[in-house]
Design a protein around this ligand. Structure first.
Ligand code: TYM
Length: 333
């Protein structure tokens, strides 16, 4: 039987190689496997949990959609829409927010990271953000959710919320606990400047990440400047745990070539970094430049993007509103 896939990406600008390898690349692979039904959402309600400029948000919603399309997500095969078009996400989120416990949310490490030192000043939305994420997934009866490693805890919470809802209302199997789909080796792409920090949209240094909109020259330059160390490469991967920057670059190379880390180690064993970086730049340019060119092209046709979102929104609305109606009945409305 095919899988029911749901996943989302925030339209907060600067989509990068981490988003591509950790998530979007898999969205495309899953879409192209026979029998799967895929829903991919531009999660604009999640984006406003931190302050956004309304004009920039609108353009970022289109840019993220363009990145989906340019990477190979096909609106004829998958549902692509932005979250705010489907009111059921907010409605479902409220009901699930009354199921989730404060203690569960207090454990979310991403809230702690994002809220920083002054938690009192974080928005309430940022705190309850994982509940909205649970609603996204559960409204579509998703069986599998492809994400990067940083979303694992949120998926576990979605499972807990589903189970408690079913138990509290004596509605066995009504909400389906989803399985995370997290790649074994390449689910956490790190900064090019610091192998201990995740590659991130919000890193102030643009040299820390490869954006999906970077030009060939920018990609080559960023890889040239990426941090490494002085030892040559060896085919023994036990040494890699102490060399996070090197491990990360090899991971990027392996993932884009669809080969194991060990294969890449064998390929470059004994060679110096200039040789490896040249090959790495070649594969990143080969995979990312066509996406970047297509994003720029699509962005000139915002009309087309808006039509894709509207049609996707209508299809999503049919599925989600039916589930929310059933949920309301169960709750007693
Ligand atoms: P977001 O927008 O932060 O990231 C989108 C996807 O990219 C992955 N990712 C990474 N993977 C590997 N290495 C990295 N450095 C890296 N940075 C980001 C993320 O894990 C994610 O899969 N809460 C989610 C969006 C969301 C969602 C959902 C996801 C909302 N509702 C329902 C799945 C299902 C988020 O903020 O992702």
């Amino acid at each position: 039987m095919g899988k029911k896939i749901f996943s989302g990406v925030q339209p907060t600008g600067n989509l990068h190689l981490g988003n591509y390898i950790g998530a979007i690349k898999n969205f495309v692979d899953l879409q192209n496997q026979k029998g799967n039904e895929c829903v991919y959402c531009v999660v604009d309600l999640h984006a406003i949990t931190t302050k956004q400029d309304p004009k920039i948000l609108k353009s970022n919603i289109r840019e993220t959609t363009a990145a989906f399309l340019a990477s190979g997500i096909d609106p004829k095969k998958s549902i692509i829409f932005n979250q705010s078009l489907v009111p059921s996400h907010s409605e479902g989120s409220w009901m699930l927010g009354c199921i989730a416990r404060m203690g569960w949310l207090n454990r979310m490490t991403q809230f702690k990271e994002k809220a920083g030192k002054d938690k009192e000043k974080a928005s309430v939305g940022l705190y309850i953000y994982p509940v909205l994420m649970a609603a996204d997934i559960l409204l579509y009866d998703a069986t599998h959710v492809p994400v990067g490693e940083d979303q694992k805890q949120h998926l576990e919470l979605s499972r807990d919320i589903a189970q408690k809802f079913n138990l509290d209302f004596n509605a066995p199997d009504f909400l389906r606990a989803p399985e995370p789909l997290i790649q074994k080796n390449f689910s956490r792409i790190m900064s090019l400047k610091d192998g201990k920090n995740k590659m991130s949209k919000s890193d102030p240094s643009d040299l820390s990440r490869i954006n999906l909109t970077d030009s060939k020259d920018q990609i080559v330059n960023k890889i040239k400047k990426a941090k490494t160390d002085n030892d040559p490469l060896s085919d023994d991967d036990k040494n890699l745990s102490d060399r996070p920057e090197v491990e990360n670059l090899l991971g990027i190379y392996s993932s884009l070539n669809d080969q194991s880390l060990q294969n890449s180690l064998n390929e470059f064993s004994g060679k110096n970094f200039s040789e490896f970086k040249k090959k790495l730049a070649e594969i990143v340019v080969e995979k990312i430049s066509p996406i970047s060119i297509e994003i720029n092209k699509l962005q000139k046709d915002s009309n087309y993007i808006d039509i894709v979102l509207k049609e996707g929104g209508e299809r999503a609305n049919k599925i989600a509103s039916k589930k929310v109606s059933e949920m309301k009945k169960i709750v007693g409305f």
